[in-house]
Design a binder for this molecule. Sequence first.
Ligand SMILES: Cc1cc2nc3c(=O)[nH]c(=O)nc-3n(C[C@H](O)[C@H](O)[C@H](O)COP(=O)(O)O)c2cc1C
Length: 391
Amino acid sequence: MLRFSTAGESHGESLVALVSGLPAGVPVDQEFISRELWRRQRGYGRGGRMRIERDTAHILSGVRHGKTIGSPIAMTIANNDWKNWTEILPVEEGDAAKHKAVASPRPGHADLAGALKYNFSDARYVLERASARESTARVAAGSLAKLLLREVGVEVLSHVIRVGKAELSRPAKWEEIVALSEKDEVLLNCVDAEDEARMKAEVDGVLRTGDTVGGVFEVVVHGLPPGVGTHINWDERLDGLLAQAVMSLQAVKAVEIGRGVTAAESLGSTVHDAIGYEGAEEDFTKFSREHNNAGGIEGGISNGKDVVVRGYLKPISTLRRPLGSVSFETREPVKAAYERSDVCVVPAAGVASEAMVALAVARLVLEKFGGDSLGELKRNYIGYLEQIKQF
Ligand SMILES: Cc1cc2nc3c(=O)[nH]c(=O)nc-3n(C[C@H](O)[C@H](O)[C@H](O)COP(=O)(O)O)c2cc1C
């Protein structure tokens, strides 16, 4: 099974990603991994930290001569900011006075629940791991999943459809989302320039007032054939795995597949995607669908249309004008601690979620088509495409 885990703290020496279960022979393009990491770092509304870091993944194992060899792949991503934090983090040695305790937990963060759970007298160690800096390691892992998926013609990308009250006013075309991913400069990763300007104004507004803003990103899986995931067992459904994958990202508070949210208030006749038979091949088979309200998944199985997953982000919890909290030491009311912070992370969260979606889809692709080498996987894949084309 394709598995991955991450280690590392926000201001620790390094982040670590460990990926196992990839077949042998997958080309590993280091430049692609670096670009994915860089895509996560950019976006209008990020804080000062992203100007310090230039993330690159150092591969320690599992890859030889530019290809996977079937064994686990370990990667490290150094934290440049680490050297600035050696005495700020709780220290045994050095100047204890320089230790900057998180003395009043921040509402909306893991600070209070984590300090209670792990019996810490301040929340520093909690936020060090709870921080979304961890999602950098997910993006490194996810880029390997994307490289595998690319071999079978599947691409995973994201774009932003809402920041605060400003939303994308029209549907996005796949080609537009691809074009966004190829840009070197992005503001809010929105396919429409006018809508993006309104989104930027939302960010500018909260920058002025010391507040923060959330939004919605959409991840699209393009080129996935019908038949990935299954209705047979609850924990093998594609929709269930995607929901967990995206919901597990820091600050994501709701996940929607296709027209999931508005479907709940609509009539069935307006929601379900009527089936036709074209006789000509469209999206892998001769069957056609009028719309894609289902977001490419029916019964937990991909149906050949683009898989569309949306993540709803709450506004960032760290506020320049902090909310009320309580001092860990005195139990007196105080303002919550302020740490250098982003004010809007919707584009970055979209990129991190692409990684999570790619890992979930790659897992199910490998479960369906199997194979210990890329050649074996591709043979099974091509044979299956032939089978459904004849259906
Ligand atoms: C890419 C990304 C960057 C983030 N940056 C910040 C940040 O700078 N400041 C902050 O307070 N929260 C930030 N967050 C959100 C927090 O990590 C998250 O809200 C917190 O760990 C609590 O977890 P929860 O919101 O999932 O409950 C970020 C989230 C993402 C996805």
